[in-house]
Design a protein around this ligand. Sequence first.
Ligand SMILES: *[C@@H]1O[C@H](CO)[C@@H](O)[C@H](O)[C@H]1NC(C)=O
Ligand SMILES: *[C@@H]1O[C@H](CO)[C@@H](O)[C@H](O)[C@H]1NC(C)=O
Length: 437
Amino acid sequence: MRRVVVTGIGAVTPLGVGAKQSWTRLINGQSGIVSLGDRFNAIPSRVAGLVPQGAKSDGKWNAEERLDKGDARKMALFAQYAYTAAQEAVLDAGLQNLSDEARENVGVNIGSGIGSFEDVVKTTLAFDQGGYSKVSPLFVPRLLINLAAGHISMKFNFRGPSLAPSTACTTGSHAIGDAFNIIRYSKSTRVVLAGAAESCIEPLALAGFARARSLSTGFNDIPEEASRPFDRGRDGFVIAEGAGVVVLEDLEHALERGAPEIYAEVVGYGLASDAYHVTAPDPSGRGAFLSMKRALEDAELRPRDVDYVNAHATSTPLGDSAENRAIRNLMLGEGGYEHAQQVNVSSSKGAVGHLLGAAGGVEGIFTALAVRHNILPPTINLQCPGPALKEKDDNLDGWDLNYVPFEKQEQQVNYAVSNSFGFGGTCASICFKKYTE
Ligand SMILES: *[C@@H]1O[C@H](CO)[C@@H](O)[C@H](O)[C@H]1NC(C)=O
Ligand SMILES: *[C@@H]1O[C@H](CO)[C@@H](O)[C@H](O)[C@H]1NC(C)=O
């Protein structure tokens, strides 16, 4: 079986445009969460992780500088973010130098949880008010989730598989994990651009998530404190947008072509389902437990070998509790850890919010960089770990892991796991390993 490594990274996040910029701001404990404008006044949650607008030279987003006019028209915003992240990842990995023949063996697996909500809303209104002639010929191609991957395949002449998972907030991790399997088992595919993009910060989308009682509503005046994974004051997730794309590559191929950097090796992928409820997690954390356990079995590791878990923890009262329980049960219950404080877990969502489908893409990058640089990124806003105050449960037993509050920690990281869970109960975990020959 082939070994698979990460040779390129690209990201668009609320911390900036660029994977390295996002990482630097993350480990410095900064927040990308801001207040939403007047358009959102009727919605109880008015905070979000928006990609910062501004000049390219400042690491910010400005469509005119990032895309030519035709592309900006043809691509919905989620696809624009995906393309921008893919471009960064391609250059980072040095794939621009591949021959046309070698590009036949490069695939793209980039999904989205929701796709272009904005196009649905705007076209629905236009059609309702103005009829058939108001529907753009670009409507359908902007809408389709697999068109992010489609555009990227076309732009770079990548003629391998072109795929797009859509599994709610687990999308990005499924994209990376499935790409890992494609490279491990395929006879032809040697490289896959894998990840996800999301951009649906529309009043109607927020209204829907707010009605499902998923969003934070108590921090509208202090947005940078709204996303607080594992903290007792958490009251829901903060919606965010962006994209994260990694270049996964057959190790031999990477070495043969002299890839400029190997960030980490992917060694395990685990999948499970809660089989419990549409939006709520199984309180016992059973699906999360199984997906982590299976990722470690795939990697032939014991739980004790894991130095760091990049949690899915979205800052919802029930979700963070279930994941905390799952991690604790796996690491301390059967994993060989003796002290809870040795188990190192953090959630980057405190800083970036919840990028929904794109979360696993961006967090896969953060986890690979934790392994590459031996740095545990912090969980910001974590004053007191425990069950959410909202739950009226004051039992702090089992909230004793090292959650890396507020400040990064420098620490040898040989193995790390990235978790993603989504509506419908779908769970995925990916295990990264420090690259050694
Ligand atoms: C790859 O291509 C760039 C130009 O796009 C060039 O500057 C660089 O030297 C090339 N790298 C290799 C390893 O050929
Ligand atoms: C977790 O982090 C703490 C503090 O940085 C460190 O002492 C401990 O060794 C770490 N555990 C593992 C398994 O790396």
